[in-house]
Design a protein around this ligand. Structure first.
Ligand code: DON
Length: 307
């Protein structure tokens, strides 16, 4: 069946390609040296049809886009009440790498910032899980969500671990406050592997479409996430997925979303679509510049704003 959607997506990419502002993430050597040129866009419906354009075969590390999906896994593995004991659901209003702990409880304010995502990773599988089991858990889950077997980019992992002192120091603070029970280095190492899982825009739009579809993968029909957990994850994406730019994003674009420092951006419209964009140059908030603009276009042109 012919559809005008791919032509439209190509047009969006062609219009925005001339925007070469921003630069690749500089604090991770392997990402700093990444090719800044690729640009891709993918939309997967909750019924499993994917429309895409641009460099859709280019793999990149998932980075912070792993956080909502790992949060879902932690809730499935430990229950929402246990996860809420360790991680809040409030916007931090600060950058992704600030500690942003809640007064009184010392919980990281939400699971989208690094501190909250490190805590979420530590909750995977079960109380006495090994570091390897936690990494395998996210790799298996992300593979089910994408509908194909994903892999870890060992070069990105090693490169990021060498410069991970900031995350190590936050993990030690979390241990100090009793939020992290496990070895700080082992948890950060596992979290960094989680961030180094390689995906394409089509993988990400399929993963997002699974959330949009209430946790059922639209092509394999596997129920990966229960409906309440999918709702919890999409709610937190709306509140905090774009960090200190979350309010501006939700009012302007109106799509619960999550960005990553390698240049990916995913959005979810409940019961409708998962959307993903990829372009490695980042704006001052650490979000992909062209991907952000592509989402703004889609939201306006297709009236995707939730409200
Ligand atoms: O922990 C880090 O700093 C990276 N692995 C992920 C950060 C990230 O993607 C922030 N998102 N925009």
């Amino acid at each position: 069946m012919q559809t005008p959607v791919p032509d439209y997506l190509h047009e969006v990419l062609d219009t925005l390609r001339e925007d070469t502002s921003g630069e690749t993430a500089q604090y991770i050597p392997e990402l700093a040296n990444a090719d800044p040129a690729p640009f891709a866009l993918s939309v997967t419906t909750a019924t499993g049809s994917t429309y895409c354009a641009g460099d859709t075969d280019t793999p990149f590390s998932i980075q912070s886009i792993s956080k909502p999906f790992a949060y879902a896994a932690a809730i499935i593995d430990r229950g929402l009440d246990r996860v809420l004991e360790s991680i809040g659901v409030e916007p931090s209003g600060e950058a992704f790498n600030e500690l942003s702990l809640e007064d009184g409880t010392n919980r990281p304010k939400n699971p989208m910032i690094n501190a909250g995502a490190i805590a979420a990773h530590s909750l995977l599988v079960g109380q006495d899980a090994t570091g390897e089991a936690r990494v395998q858990r996210v790799l298996d889950m992300f593979s089910s969500l994408a509908g194909r077997e994903l892999q870890i980019d060992e070069d990105v992992y090693r490169s990021e671990l060498i410069t991970a002192d900031h995350n190590f120091s936050m993990a030690h603070m979390l241990r100090n406050y009793g939020i992290l029970a496990d070895d700080a280095h082992e948890v950060v190492s596992g979290y960094t592997k989680q961030c180094s899982i390689l995906v394409t825009v089509n993988d990400l739009s399929m993963m997002a479409a699974t959330l949009a579809n209430g946790g059922v993968q639209p092509v394999t029909h596997e129920k990966i996430i229960d409906e309440n957990t999918a709702r919890q994850v999409m709610s937190v994406m709306a509140v905090a997925g774009m960090y200190d730019g979350a309010g501006d994003w939700l009012t302007r674009v109106g799509i619960p979303a999550k960005s990553g420092v390698s240049g990916g951006l995913v959005g979810v419209l409940p019961d409708q679509v998962g959307i993903a964009a990829f372009s490695p140059r980042l704006d001052s908030h650490g979000n992909s510049q062209r991907s952000r603009r592509a989402f703004e276009r889609l939201s306006t042109d297709m009236d995707m704003h939730l409200f």
